[in-house]
Design a protein around this ligand. Structure first.
Ligand code: C2E
Ligand code: MG
Ligand code: MG
Length: 657
């Protein structure tokens, strides 16, 4: 059974093995010219020796026709030598080749057998030699086509050996036996060669398959390493790779491109209020919205957290950038559905152009970051393009940082105090300490500037300590019912040890803790909600008060106020500007005042400048107020004079009413 299967296998085309079939056709194609060369040269040699001994049709016409056939086949091969056959075409082609080998074998053998009786024994021996060398040569050329080689071998050996045996000549019989044995050996060699050929083809196929698999795996790994798994957008690494590629291209071609950094406003609140799973959903939705805006030449990436990047491949006009930026901002400010609630977020974008704003990857990225910073500070939810004004800002910022690092903080820092008053009785109830810095080289630097810069480094910790000592030193000079309100930065409450340090400074000063109120802005609280909560709780437990500063400027929600241990809320002064003319501002102030009343919190209205504003907020139910109407911030030396005159005025008011 096995032998029959083997035989059948040996005599058929390996149809189910496309690689083998393809390799056979290819390998045989290379041998075709040699095959016909052997056939034609050998045939012509025999023709030549039999020219006079055999009739013309035997020595000229038949071999001439056979050689012409060989030439025709050769030309056919030449025309199709560069064709790559599909498997469907290669299988019939192989079958055809086997048929051709068989027909050629029969034709040439018949001709030579018919020629054998002619001529002298030398010429007869030439025909036998011709058959032997031709069959060996042709069989070697057909090695890759086992079936064809075996078929040819069998036709020639069997017919020739039989013919020779029937001649009865002992020499011819010996030749027949010899030919048969050599034929068998050749068949064995063909089989061995064919197997090793098929083995090489299969090994190459397996190798190629394993290389393809490795390539697929490595492509997949590369994809995973450059994609952000949450949003499916390219990740930071991929963003910088594209940025580098674009910068190299731009430098080489003299072109340019734009880098945009997008930061979500209000994302932290979503995370804190609804949890991280909801935060992730929002980020995914942001990814979907950004992808929808992608177009040829515009790529988005997630750089980490709630920060995204955009690359606009070609040089764009400022108008086009602002328009694209606006489309992005509009898409991001659509409401998000989170855990059954609707969350409102917005996105701010900073753009920088390469190479105009910076001609290195780092520089252009930093410039886009600077533009984003400017946007976050004053124009949230919009796109800002980096300009020289921002450049000046960056220079100034690094100058201030340098000076802050080397400043004699003890002597250069001082405080001004601004009274917090009762708008009804006009009595002073407390004083807010406001930091001031006078530097020998820079002169007076506004607190908004130096505090913001100091907050980026840990210098703010030293500033807070120096100012807190100075502020506490003033309190004993004030009437006992007045409290001190002192501003803190996010970093001051970023660890329990830092909160503890503040408490220790208050205790060491001898000022009763209930006379100290610490103000913290909502943006500071949102940096790390849990840490802020535990630090504020510690401060409260130590007996000090805590208050939420600049309420209304960020994304504070009722839930924030409710979950943190505040004693009071300070309504940002921006609402005061038009409180007496704009009903929306009035409504906001009223609702915050009502909220405080409900939660049992004190509410301080900041930025009161005119009597008309004072009347409005009084009517809305405000008590504690602060603003230029009562007094601008003053040096410590002026406080007692102010308190005396304010007291006198409140007495006069009392008497009048
Ligand atoms: P803030 O804590 O909200 O302080 C109130 C700011 O409003 C002060 O500005 C004050 O001068 C100003 N102001 C008060 N009444 C009025 C008014 O009627 N109209 C107008 N237009 N402005 C008024 P200042 O002193 O420039 O301080 C700015 C901010 O810098 C402060 O805002 C506070 O957030 C921060 N800051 C000031 N001193 C310190 C400090 O010692 N530590 C920390 N961490 N931050 C401080
Ligand atoms: Mg304040
Ligand atoms: Mg404030």
């Amino acid at each position: 059974m096995v032998a029959i299967t083997r035989l059948r296998e040996a005599l058929s085309v390996a149809e189910g093995d496309p690689e083998l079939v393809r390799s056979q056709v290819q390998a045989f194609g290379r041998q075709i010219p040699l095959l016909y060369f052997i056939l034609i040269v050998n045939t012509m040699a025999v023709t030549f020796t039999h020219l006079h001994s055999a009739p013309a049709w035997m020595s000229i016409y038949i071999p001439g026709a056979l050689c012409t056939l060989c030439v025709v086949r050769c030309m056919r091969w030449w025309r199709g030598r560069n064709l790559v056959l599909t498997h469907e075409k290669a299988v019939p082609e192989l079958r055809r080749l086997i048929w051709v080998a068989g027909i050629f074998g029969i034709a040439f053998t018949t001709w030579s057998l018919m020629l054998l009786p002619y001529g002298t024994p030398y010429e007869q021996a030439h025909v036998a030699f011709y058959m032997a060398t031709t069959v060996v040569g042709c069989v070697f050329c057909l090695m890759h086509l086992r079936v064809a080689a075996l078929l040819l071998l069998s036709i020639v050996i069997l017919s020739f050996a039989t013919f020779l045996v029937f001649t009865g000549s002992p020499v011819f019989i010996a030749m027949a036996v010899d030919m048969t044995l050599i034929g068998l050996a050749l068949a064995f060699i063909i089989e061995l060669y064919y197997r090793s050929f098929a083995g090489v083809v299969h090994t190459q196929r397996d190798l190629q398959a394993s290389q393809e698999k490795t390539q697929r795996l490595s492509d997949e790994n590369f994809r995973l390493a450059s994609i952000d798994s949450l949003t499916d957008l390219p990740n930071r690494r991929s963003f910088f790779a594209s940025l580098r590629a674009l910068s190299e291209q731009a430098l080489a071609t003299g072109g340019g491109f734009n880098v945009g950094l997008i930061d979500l406003d209000g994302f932290k609140q979503v995370n804190d209020i609804y949890g991280h799973a909801s935060g992730d959903l929002v980020l995914q939705e942001v990814g979907v919205r950004l992808l929808a805006l992608a177009e040829p030449g515009i790529f988005f990436a997630r750089l980490g957290g709630d920060e995204f990047g955009v690359l606009a491949q070609n040089r764009q006009s400022n108008d086009a950038l602002l328009e694209l930026g606006q489309r992005i901002c509009d898409a991001l400010s659509q409401p998000y559905r989170v855990a059954g609630n609707i969350a409102e977020l917005s996105g701010t974008i900073g753009w920088a152009a390469f190479p105009d704003a910076g001609n290195t990857v780092t520089q252009v990225f930093e410039r886009a970051d600077a533009a984003l910073y400017v946007g976050k500070e004053g124009r949230r939810g919009t796109a800002v393009i980096f300009s020289t004004e921002h450049e000046t800002r960056i220079r100034r910022s690094s100058l201030v940082t340098q000076e802050l690092r080397h400043a004699e903080l003890e002597s250069e820092l001082f405080l001004e105090f601004q009274p917090i008053s009762d708008v009804v009785t006009r009595r002073t109830i407390g004083l807010e300490a406001l930091g001031r810095w006078h530097n020998p080289r820079l002169g007076a630097v506004k607190p908004e500037e130096f505090i913001r810069i100091a907050e980026r480094t840990e210098i703010i910790l030293r500033i807070t300590e120096v100012l807190l000592h100075k502020a506490l030193a003033e309190v004993p000079h004030w009437p006992a019912e007045l409290y001190l309100s002192f501003n803190l930065s996010a970093i001051d409450i970023s660890t329990s040890a830092r909160a503890r340090r503040l408490i220790d400074i208050v205790s060491a000063s001898g000022v009763p803790p209930h006379r100290v109120s610490f103000e913290i802005t909502e943006t500071a609280v949102t940096r790390d909600f849990e840490q802020a909560r535990s630090a504020l709780t510690m401060i409260k437990q130590a007996g000090c008060r805590v208050s939420l500063d600049d309420f209304g400027t960020g994304y504070s929600s009722l839930s924030y106020v409710h979950r943190l241990p505040f004693d009071s809320i300070k309504i940002d002064r921006s609402f005061m500007t038009d409180v007496d003319s704009n009903s929306a501002s009035k409504k906001i102030v009223k609702s915050v005042l009502d909220l405080c009343k409900n939660l049992g919190l004190e509410c301080v209205v900041e930025g009161l400048e005119t009597s008309s504003q004072a009347e409005v907020v009084k009517a809305l139910g405000a008590r504690a107020v602060q603003g230029y109407l009562f007094s601008p911030p003053m040096r410590s030396g002026a406080v007692s004079g102010y308190l005396q005159s304010a007291f006198a005025q409140s007495q006069a008011n009392d008497a009048a009413s």
